[in-house]
Design a protein around this ligand. Structure first.
Ligand code: QAP
Ligand code: CO
Length: 176
């Protein structure tokens, strides 16, 4: 388990760097990211959220049944992504492991196409829509140092800051 960096930590604002070494260290980091994401009930995680500003993100959507199991067979490991096409708009209530317990509607492109590399450095392409497209866009924003709360309207952002500060105060008083 790796510790998650949470808002308002400034490290979340860093722009991540390209990955050039597709070696055993990268593979064990990807495995640690997966374990961390599953243990924290996440469906997507960017490396910067575990304090590594490199262009790596993982996504594992739950099965579309009652259990909603996340199978490693469905894990997507996306390295050095580049969006090559984007089209349409869609709105979804997003959350983020780095902004715990807060969910708000965000507008994204409906369909995207991208190129990326897998854990071995192999060039891949992917077309995505639905939840996968939203998750990829959310995680690519992390690589650019952006959080979903930055996409909220002025009023909703103010409401978020107020609620989040109150929550942090409550957490602090519980600890001490
Ligand atoms: C990004 O988000 C995402 O607040 C991944 O208490 C967002 O995994 C992909 C989570 C929207 C698709 C649609 C958030 C877990 C997980 C929390 C996550 C929390 C526990 C968020
Ligand atoms: Co996030």
């Amino acid at each position: 388990m790796l510790p998650i960096v949470t808002y308002p930590d400034k490290r979340l604002k860093l722009v991540s760097k390209e990955v050039t070494a597709f070696d055993a260290a990268l593979h064990s980091f990807l495995d640690d990211m997966f374990e961390t994401m599953i243990n924290t009930n996440g469906i997507g995680l960017a490396a910067i959220q575990v304090d590594r500003p490199v262009n790596v993100l993982i996504i594992c959507l739950p099965n579309d049944d009652e259990e909603g199991t996340q199978e490693k067979a469905n894990l997507l490991e996306i390295i050095n992504p580049k969006i090559t096409h984007q089209e349409g708009t869609t709105v979804y209530q997003e959350g983020c492991l780095s902004v715990p317990k807060f969910y708000e509607d965000v507008e994204r492109f409906e369909t995207i196409a991208l190129t990326y590399q897998d854990r071995h450095g192999k060039a891949c392409t992917l077309e995505a829509d639905g939840l996968l497209s939203i998750a990829i866009q959310h995680e690519i924003d992390h690589l650019l140092g952006k959080l979903f709360i930055e996409k909220l309207s002025y009023g909703r952002r103010k409401k978020f800051e107020k609620e989040y500060k109150r929550m942090q105060k409550e957490q602090k008083s519980k600890k001490s």
